[in-house]
Design a protein around this ligand. Structure first.
Ligand SMILES: C[S@@+](CC[C@H](N)C(=O)[O-])C[C@H]1O[C@@H](n2cnc3c(N)ncnc32)[C@H](O)[C@@H]1O
Length: 239
């Protein structure tokens, strides 16, 4: 406001100043929601790295709940989530009763990994490639037992867009994921391919069953897989 010499500028009344303050706070809150909400984070990542996201939006609550329902939280080993994204499935796993200290999430996007760490401070979020899951287990970077030995991985829960990941990288992920799964373990993968074999079958896992979840965009299929043999040939890590 231009000041005229000798004349004191008029201050807006207190109510007007308070209203300005409220509007400014509201604008900041809206900006926060628009730029930091899970869905806008997902969209931003989708625009930057479409192949790595492999979906048009985050998993629906229904898909996340169905994935989590297939996990038995009472087994005592680890649940490893591959491709945590915005955390829809992570949240469902915690709601299912998986203890946060038994849950490990791999996420390759730095922005999404930071979001997951902030959203789930008690969960171990690893900003890295899912293909390194076996290496992380062998280097004792995943939770260990009292003797310092790696805890068994009871469940691998994958939201990775395997079909849009280039073949060599996909092969490394499939090998590592199958390798890390305990002999009694189960691997859950959701896919938008409603028919056809699971890529994990090419890594030696056996598909036990599938279920369709229509309440997702697009509709999805959940595959449940297990080791083909007992003891699981993948349970022993490569030298
Ligand atoms: C379909 S989105 C997951 C959706 C998630 N359930 C959600 O609701 O947000 C796939 C996720 O896998 C991650 N991703 C892709 N390739 C990866 C890799 N090699 N290692 C770890 N994460 C990966 C992507 O960054 C993305 O967050």
């Amino acid at each position: 406001m231009r000041q005229i010499p000798g004349i004191r500028p008029l201050r807006p009344p207190r109510a007007v100043r308070a209203a300005y303050g409220r509007v400014a706070r509201m604008r900041r809150a809206v900006r926060r929601v628009v730029t930091q909400s899970p869905q806008s984070l997902f969209l931003r990542e989708l625009m930057v790295r479409p192949g790595m996201m492999g979906a048009v939006c985050a998993s629906s609550p229904r898909l996340a709940a169905r994935m989590a329902a297939l996990v038995d939280p009472a087994l005592g080993g680890l649940v490893v989530e591959l491709g945590g994204g915005t955390g829809a499935i992570t949240a469902a796993l915690l709601a299912r009763g998986v203890a946060p200290e038994r849950l490990v999430v791999f996420e390759q996007s730095q922005a999404l990994a930071a979001h997951l760490k902030q959203r789930f401070p008690r969960v171990q979020v690893i900003h890295g490639d899912a293909a390194d899951v076996a290496l992380a287990r062998d280097k004792r970077l995943l939770p260990v037992d009292a003797a310092g030995e790696p805890l068994p991985v009871d469940f691998v829960v994958s939201g990775l867009p395997l079909r849009s990941i280039p073949a060599p990288a996909r092969q490394r992920i499939l090998h590592a994921g199958a390798q890390v799964l305990a002999p009694h373990g189960r691997l859950l993968q959701f896919t938008y391919a409603l028919r056809g074999p699971s890529p994990w079958q090419g890594a030696g896992l056996r598909r036990l069953g599938s279920e369709h979840v229509l309440a997702n965009l697009p509709p999805a299929r959940i595959d449940v897989l297990a080791c083909t043999a007992d003891p699981c040939p993948h349970a022993v890590s490569a030298p």
